[in-house]
Design a protein around this ligand. Sequence first.
Ligand code: PHE
Length: 437
Amino acid sequence: MNAANSNRATFGGRIAAVLAAAGSAIGLGNVWRFPGVADANGGGAFIIIYIVCVALMGLPLMVAEFSIGRHTRSNPVGAFRAIDRRWGWLGAMAVTTVFLILGYYFVVSGWTVAYVVNSAAGRVDSTFFARFITDPWQPLLYTAAFIAANHYIVERGVKRGIERASKILMPIFFAILLALAVYSLSMPDSSQAIRKVLTPDFGAVDASTVLAALSQAFFSLSIGMGIMITYGSYFKSETRLLPTAVNVALLDTLAAVIASIVILSAGVGDQSGSTLAFVALPEVFEGLPWGGFWSTLFFVLLALAAILSTVSIHEVVTVYLCEQRGMTRRRAARCVSAGAALLAVAASLSMGAWDDIRIFGRNIFDALDSLTATLLLPASGLLTCIFAGWIWDRRQFRGEVARSGGIDAKMFPTVGFLLRWVCPPLVAALFVFGLID
Ligand code: PHE
């Protein structure tokens, strides 16, 4: 650690570390992607395969990112550069990728807030979305409100902003999720949904299931984008990295599985993404007693899932500007919010007024989504595996992971082996199949 970085902020302890990282990991994907993918791939069988993917690929990569961050106490660009001067560009690639993701994630996040307000006012039905999304002002207004909340948290800093928000919002998220799960037991499809989640149907599993599980694990754990490097750089020296990563993965998987019960009970597992949340589900809620109340609660859940994820992305770019470009946190956070807001405006308008602006045949929103999800994320994930497995000096890496002895020291050889031999082919498969798909 160099002297300039020694007075950086840190999280209060292990619980803060777990909640902040879990806040990033648990996002819209847990609620609106996982359930449908699980449903189409053998239910419980998918969950088992998913957990294996998390263990073999997700955990080693997360531990590697935590170690890179904590060892260097730096943002992704500074971190890669500090370990090997020739690798700073990988950090730059990660920072660019998350910034692009922020642009369109802000847009859908804004929709969740719009749905909280409009569900509470009883204005949401199955036709609401089409009207809302083509309106030039409404989506922008809610996205602006969401960006403001996000900005507020990041500007307040690591401890008073991110740590505090995670400690308050994560428990609320889980409380709402549990309440919705209990409520969903009264829905007509609930016993079937629970059976699906609990009983593995391996007949529905094939090679594409494994790819789907890998890709979901990768995206859901927020790895390969410098986020876990950044958060790792705020961990205390005594925080144990492997148990922290395991806890993050457990919370993330738990959220996805409980969300599956809710989504499959509502009978909308054949949908995914914004169609599921903003069109199919409102239709279901419309026909249920107290539907407006539960629908509002559901969108609060989505908004909470979204905000801690966008905060983590925002933080990566903000701390990069602070440390590499010498800005104050305040100024850096403003630049990121303003820049992402511009992207968000373009992405938002591309769903309506600007739909005729096409990049490789896609509107701006979809172009940002596929550029990051199929190209940039897997590429930087693959390079991070290679860096941790093959480039970073083993003794230094081991020294960082095994600092607190115990299970971290014992498991290090396994983590190192997986990073060297197992993760690269798995992430490479994701990359290649994503491209040809
Ligand atoms: N992990 C989040 C999810 O499951 C998504 C996310 C992507 C978060 C990129 C941060 C950065 O939805």
